[in-house]
Design a protein around this ligand. Structure first.
Ligand code: ADP
Ligand code: MG
Length: 888
């Protein structure tokens, strides 16, 4: 450090404490960055890199940002996952001796962003902390600094569960101990983009104790305390709006792991990562930002308790029945401001008078909302009503104190209403009186001098003045007016009387602006006291908002209220995939029923590509999720089990998510389902086993189905293109074949997207190839081969599987079968090589130029019903036809 100027030394000292952040070092009107910070920032923000002499041997890289436009730059850095430490001058540079004292006043990171422009209004912005305990369990706590919500939970010794939970909550930043397990961190970093921050547990203090005293377990306290310490340390200000962490357990809610969430496109689509096209997009008829955030939370956490679910359903039903009340409620909620984030900003000290006017307007709507709810005459609604704290005293405070249309700035006056404060009224009177006195003076001077164009004006430099045009100057009496300023066409004068009044007016004005600011801060402080009440109100209003959104969607899309079965009974009449149905718009969506039960718990779905297998499976998962978050479901009638977990595995070849998906991932994920699923779970296995060679894949697919059938008993939908597996229906008691039907129309396949009992007709694969207009001879050839394969000795083992050993045996048998099939294929190949020359010359000859005999033979060839022939018959026929042709 030696050699550097004192300021650079100061910089380096502060920077050493904030190595993981860009240090925004305040120098006059700029935030400057030096050294590596400057190099990186100039690149990331595309700002000019300069340098300065810092006393050392080399010039120091430097770049700067004007402080008044810093927000945009900060947000860009945060968006990229960086942190920014704001270092301000904390003493007046004019009176400072030596280098001005500077301190970091706030560290802004992805998890602690408070600027409205940097936050998505309908999304929470969570920061979490993770603590690993000696027994291997994890404590997880997270909070949204912008709204004040906070949560805490304990997770088993299972890193997948930790990752899953962090992913579900979209935690953007996680605070851990310096000693936190490196392997766990690596896993976190690999699964999601998340900023990692460090903080140790420190001695608890009063504020943190207050926030955590309700928590029953030491582990929970420790976990939450780490987070609160970090927040307080980095934010350096009141965290008054932070709520006591709500303890929850992940098994309180339907578990949907990370991959399944993505596959089902609950809150974002796989391809674009956007909301559009997701279930959230379909459901988002919320009209407030708070409701939007709560909806996302509900989708992420479907309920398990029947009573809780039905409570929501009943409310949705009521709102659907009472159309006008619902519409009225929507209208009223539209005028409700984001009370949660407002509470956060009040605590942080960045609300302006306009925010408070909006708060007032929101509060003014509460009585009307209450009125509508009373009319619903519904127990759940009444309960919500209890949450509707009108905060009447706050509303009337704001009504009395703040004008209807205040300016953005809180420092320039024009905020506080007349009549709110006597002193302010006096100042205002004084300045108002002064102004009318001046108007009167103008009139008097005009009369006295006879100059009609005489006027009194004001500017910042000279204050009030009397202006007389050059032509009229001679009319002024000498001695009474003091010349102040000369313009081209006029002269400006002052009089002692005018100056005296001026002082009064300006003083009054200055004092009133000052007083307004003080009063505003006072009011803001008083609003602070209402934070917990506002938060409670916000919660009730957002719940109402989500419920009305459910009602709106259910009504528009003709959803029905589902009922729940105690067993595995799942009956859907004319069910639809909610999102595909909406996206298809005018086109006809083909509804599909589903019928499953304890004795019919596995459906093996076959059917050609693009026929609708994946859509059907997802339809059932999404329907269950919709039901369990409390919404109605897309069907004419629905009876559903309450699922504890949903697993969705997509065969690697079908996996669109990313290139990283390998067969290994597919298997790992299948394992996750097999290990964690219970009889009450829903498993979707979509073309599993595709990522490896046919026989491997088929063997695994079969073994997996058998395993689920024998050991898990979960409700399972299994789509496969291995038609061979359909024979399992004979062996596995609870497994049934269904297929997606297609019809032939004008010789082409038309998909009906209709699910029917039984296995699919295998030849559709070839029909699809036909659709794709593969050459006709090739297709005919394929039909021959197919027929042969079907009649060939390929057989799926039929012994019912009872144990792992049996399963292994089954694998062996499949391998044996595989060898057999290979042999058959080789024979066919040989035959094919003898046949393949047969049509080549013909293809290019137009039909009408053929001889009668040739045309005859061609017709015979066309009329052959190859599917009805054995390969040998076909071969013989072709042979004889060829012979006839050659005879010519
Ligand atoms: P598969 O999994 O059998 O290859 P998908 O489920 O991916 O087929 O469906 C293919 C396409 O068919 C979908 O993108 C959708 O446009 C359409 N589709 C699927 N199911 C239906 C349905 N029930 N009604 C209308 N169109 C459907
Ligand atoms: Mg598919």
């Amino acid at each position: 450090m030696a050699g550097y100027t004192p300021m650079i030394q100061q910089y380096l000292k502060i920077k050493a404490e904030h190595e993981d952040a860009f240090l925004f070092f305040r120098l006059g009107d700029f935030y400057e960055m030096f050294f590596n910070d400057a190099l990186t920032a100039s690149r990331e923000l595309e700002i000019t890199l300069t340098s300065r002499d810092g006393g050392g041997s080399e010039r120091i890289p430097m770049c700067g940002i004007p402080y008044h436009s810093a927000n945009g730059y900060i947000e860009r850095l945060i968006e990229k996952g960086y942190k920014v430490a704001i270092c301000e001058q904390v003493e007046d540079p004019k009176t400072a001796k030596g280098v001005v004292k500077r301190e970091v006043v706030q560290v802004i990171s992805p998890g602690t962003l408070m600027n409205e422009s940097g936050l998505r209004e309908k999304e929470n912005n969570y920061i979490g902390s993770l603590t690993e305990f000696e027994d291997g369990t994890f404590g997880l706590s997270f909070a949204d600094l912008s709204t004040g919500e906070s949560y805490v939970t304990l997770l088993a010794k299972d890193i997948d569960a930790v990752v899953g939970e962090l992913y579900t909550r979209m935690v953007r930043e996680i605070v851990v101990s310096e000693n936190f397990s490196g392997s766990v961190l690596a896993r976190l970093k690999e699964s999601m983009t998340m900023t990692i921050s460090y903080s140790e547990e420190t001695e608890s203090d009063e504020e943190i104790e207050k926030l955590t005293s309700h928590l029953q377990q030491d582990k929970l306290v420790k976990t939450s305390a780490r987070l609160f310490h970090y927040l307080r340390k980095t934010q350096n200000r009141s965290l008054d709006h932070l709520q006591r962490p709500l303890f929850y357990q992940i098994d309180q809610f339907m578990k949907i792991d990370f991959y399944s969430k993505r596959n089902l496109e609950l809150t974002e689509t796989i391809r674009s990562k956007g909301k559009k096209g997701s279930l959230l997009w379909l459901l988002d008829e919320t009209v407030t930002a708070m409701g939007g955030r709560l909806l996302k939370q509900w989708i992420d956490r479907p309920l398990l308790k029947k009573a809780d679910i039905e409570r929501r359903h009943t409310m949705v039903a009521t709102l659907m029945e009472q159309f006008f009340e619902k519409e009225e409620l929507r209208d009223l909620l539209k005028d409700v401001y984001d009370l949660e984030r407002l509470a956060g900003r009040v605590a942080f000290g960045n609300v302006n008078a306009r925010d408070l006017v909006q708060l007032k307007k929101s509060l003014n709507n509460v009585p009307a909302i209450e009125e509508v709810i009373k009319r619903l005459d519904q127990p759940y609604a009444e309960e919500l009503l209890n949450g509707l704290d009108r905060c009447e005293d706050l509303a009337s405070l704001l009504e009395e104190s703040i004008v209807e249309q205040p300016p953005l700035s809180i420092k320039d006056g024009d905020i506080i209403s007349d009549g709110y404060n006597a002193d302010l009224d006096q100042y205002r009177d004084a300045s108002k009186n002064g102004k009318s006195w001046i108007a009167a003076l103008e009139r008097r001077e005009r009369e006295k001098t006879g100059i009609k164009s005489l006027k009194i004006g004001y500017n910042r430099v000279f204050g009030y003045y009397i202006e007389v045009t050059r032509a009229n100057l001679h009319l002024l009496k000498e001695g009474q007016y003091e010349r102040k300023q000369t313009l081209t066409n006029a002269e400006r004068f002052i009089t002692p009387e005018l100056k005296e009044k001026e002082t009064l007016i300006l003083e009054a004005q200055e004092k009133s602006v000052e007083l307004e600011y003080t009063l505003f801060l006072e009011i803001r402080e008083r609003v602070k006291e209402y934070i917990p009440r506002l938060q409670k109100l916000a919660k009730a209003l957002s719940e109402l908002d989500v419920l009305q959104a459910f009602a709106k969607v259910s009504e528009e899309r003709h959803y029905v209220q589902p009922s729940f079965s105690e067993s595995q009974s799942l009956e859907l009449e004319n069910g639809r995939h909610p999102v595909v149905e909406k996206v298809m718009n005018s086109q006809e969506y083909v509804p599909n029923s589903c019928n499953m039960s304890d004795d019919r718990s596995i459906l093996l779905i076959t059917g050609p590509n693009m026929s609708g297998k994946s859509t059907y499976m997802r339809q059932i998962a999404l329907t269950s999720i919709l039901a369990q978050i409390g919404c109605f479901v897309p069907a004419d009638r629905a009876v559903l089990p309450i699922f504890d977990q949903v697993f969705t595995r997509i065969g690697a070849a079908d996996d669109l998510i990313s290139g990283q998906s390998t067969f290994m991932v597919e298997m790992l994920e299948a394992r996750n389902a097999l290990v964690n699923a219970t009889q009450n779970s829903l498993i979707l296995l979509d073309e599993i086993g595709r990522g490896t060679s046919t026989y491997d894949g088929m063997a695994l697919a079969q073994a997996i189905v058998e395993y689920i059938h024998e050991y898990i008993g979960a409700t399972t939908l299994f789509s496969t293109h291995y038609h061979e597996l359909t024979v399992l229906e004979d062996e596995l008691k609870k497994l049934y074949n269904v297929h997606v039907s297609a019809i032939e129309k004008d010789g082409k396949v038309v998909f009906l997207h209709k699910i029917k009992d039984g296995a699919a007709d295998q030849s559709y694969g070839i029909h699809v190839a036909e659709l794709a207009e593969l050459p006709a001879p090739l297709l005919d050839r394929a039909r021959v081969i197919l027929k042969d394969l079907e009649e060939g000795s390929f057989e799926v083992p039929k012994a019912p599987v009872k144990s792992i050993e049996d399963t292994q045996l089954a694998h062996k048998e499949v391998s044996a079968a595989r060898e057999e099939v290979q042999e058959v294929q080789e024979v066919i190949k040989e035959e094919a090589s003898q046949l393949s020359f047969f049509q080549e010359e013909k293809a290019s000859v137009p039909e009408e130029k053929l001889s009668k005999k040739e045309q005859d033979i061609l017709r015979k060839l066309k009329d052959l019903d190859i599917l009805e022939m054995t390969p040998l018959q076909a071969l013989n026929t072709v042979y004889s036809l060829q012979k006839q042709l050659k005879k010519k």
